[in-house]
Design a protein around this ligand. Structure first.
Ligand SMILES: Nc1ncnc2c1ncn2[C@@H]1O[C@H](COP(=O)(O)OP(=O)(O)OP(=O)(O)O)[C@@H](O)[C@H]1O
Ligand SMILES: [Mg+2]
Length: 257
């Protein structure tokens, strides 16, 4: 049967920090509708790969395609506008801004930031700000943070910050969301909530790529699974075979088992 074209295609992406090859000719593709997992030991290059995919770092070489369109070399705001959104391993909301304001930051193509657009098209700007506000409230409700919308973001727990980030990226109507360790430092009750939200967004058609060290979460959510070790793509494929492969255990333990 003909395989549909991938939503995300990464070709031979490389990034070095001086003499250290953090990402070394990494290639993979992800079909639309998938929840892909990206695992590997500390320092494997997973976050650096996300940084290169999302324009937070410039790759030394390689290509990134979203829906067949090249994102290679674009700055992070343009990558975000193209529909590729990410959350951070350590979320850093604006601490003194309210939870609601944090979710309203940087939606796609916001007209209000452009002075002339503001001046010439005030009606349209006001309408867009209303839409953004509505969307922000919708996504805050979705992640269960509505009751806290007027609180300063600094009061949120680690797990609530992860939920806030999810709401923030959803306002941009992404095609694909990259989550960097959504389970790290999150208590079990909130973790169940995050898992449920990812599944429900995926059922609505959002594609995910998730970096995670929590293997139970990877096994229950992710397919396919990709494994990085020392900057390279060690293995990729169906979750059940990858997670049971002795080479993956070896990569984590750093020695043959
Ligand atoms: N800005 C930077 N400057 C120099 N070296 C860096 C930088 N960012 C990452 N590195 C190095 O690149 C390598 C890969 O780091 P990266 O953060 O991508 O790993 P990771 O797989 O996300 O690890 P973890 O699971 O601990 O989050 C590490 O050796 C790290 O020290
Ligand atoms: Mg990391």
């Amino acid at each position: 049967m003909h395989k549909p074209p991938a939503l995300l295609t990464v070709e031979a992406l490389s990034k070095n920090f001086g003499g250290h090859q953090a990402v070394d000719k990494v290639s993979f593709s992800l079909q639309g509708g998938a929840i892909g997992g990206l695992i590997g030991p500390n320092g494997a290059g997973k976050t650096t790969l996300f940084n290169c995919l999302t324009g937070f770092l410039q790759a030394a070489s390689g290509r990134v395609l979203l829906d067949g369109v090249s994102l290679t070399g674009l700055p992070s705001c343009d990558v975000f506008a193209a529909g590729l959104a990410r959350t951070f391993q350590i979320p850093r909301p604006f601490p003194e801004m309210s939870v609601l304001e944090n979710v309203m930051v940087a939606p796609r193509g916001q007209l209000g930031e452009l002075f002339w657009a503001n001046w010439l098209r005030r009606g349209r700007v006001a309408a867009q700000e209303r839409e953004t506000l509505e969307a922000a409230r919708y996504w805050l409700d979705f992640v269960g943070l509505s009751a806290l919308e007027q609180q300063a973001a600094r009061v949120l727990s680690g797990g609530q910050r992860k939920l806030l980030e999810l709401a923030r990226v959803m306002v941009s109507q992404p095609k694909i969301v990259l989550l960097d360790e959504p389970a790290a430092g999150v208590n079990p009750a909130l973790l169940d909530q995050i898992t449920d939200k990812v599944l429900s967004l995926n059922a609505k058609g959002i594609t995910f790529l998730i970096i995670e060290h929590n293997m139970d979460l990877v096994a229950s959510l992710c397919n396919p699974v990709m494994v990085m070790a020392q900057g390279q793509m060690l293995m990729q494929g169906p979750a059940d075979s990858v997670l049971n492969d002795p080479r993956v255990v070896e990569a984590y333990l750093g020695s043959p088992v």
